[in-house]
Design a protein around this ligand. Sequence first.
Ligand code: GLA
Length: 391
Amino acid sequence: MTISRLVSSESASDVLTARFREVFGASSCIFRAPGRVNVVGEHTDYNDGFVMPAAIQFYTWVAGEKRGDRVLEVYSEHFDEKISLPLDALAGPHRGHWSDFIRGVAAVLQNARYKLAGANLVVHGEVPLGAGLSSSASLEVATALALISLSGFDVPRLELVKLCQKAEHEYVGTRCGIMDQYTAVFGTAGHALMLDCRSLEYQMLPIPQDVRLVVCNSMVKHELASGEYNRRRADCEEAVKLLQPHLLGISALRDVAVADLEAWKQVLPATVYRRCRHVVTENQRVLAAAKALQSGDADRFGRLMYQSHASLRDDYQVSCKELDLLVDLASSSSSVYGARMTGGGFGGCTVNLLRADASDSFTEHISQAYLEVTGIIPEIYVCEPVQGAQA
Ligand code: GLA
């Protein structure tokens, strides 16, 4: 019952070129941007903290061709739908439609004074939607690259990352951190990135040959999660305001040490305190995990992953019973070093660190056990860290 999703890059670009020809005629450019798995460091990015994502081998592809007018005509393969967006009338609230991402990216680029040319675009996505593997950021980044290339601009890569994040805030309505867009652009083959979300500097951490990152998709969609996500972020911001009079100089939870949080917990509502406890301990786990990876200590790394999951489940309260089950099932296998939910939560995927020689037996075991309990067939992806967005 091994389920794997392996779309070779070549076949995806062939599919896209053929589709483009069908819908619009010939295309002049194709860009792709990868999804990501976050190995450890969840809900820390919008607290100026640390994360450890890796770009993975599922891409969103965007093929494009310039038009003579000021219109974007966009066809989505997934939704089998074509929409039209006038470049001079992009403003407006989010509509809960896939085109919000395209409209948002085009609007923020233009507001940043990159006056775009009209274009025909075809979007083809391999990143599972609503699975916490960052299909949104990969769509934003691939779209942005296609639009700026067709318009003849060169946008610095970090600016591109920030503009895509802004598009998601303003046109999709999720006040996300910077991790996903950053990884879609700066991901490095064979490595996880240890990203400092304050300085926006990263360190490349090689994934050792003898371990694998395996993602288990619970197939539970996190569609309703953006309200909860924004609420978590608001809790963290409230905590900073309440702690500031007592902890001089702090501007984000990144600046709060575990001991300081304990010392001032009485100024925080009980739930907000628990949210903070997750964030401040998670930042420490990322730093410890980076050291463990560098010294080849997979056991220690794995323990930190389990601790991260428990903290997300109990303190941050963004897990769900299917994700907890996948982590429990993984923990009963001796070839697994660690497992945790990954991404925003409320469904989606777990990430598992395991012995490289055990990925087939692990896949078999977890698929069967998960199906028996839930009646749901999970998808299991053995991940390869890949390079960020490219033409
Ligand atoms: C989503 C957001 C990210 C990050 C994660 C949680 O993927 O887009 O910025 O906050 O959730 O770690």
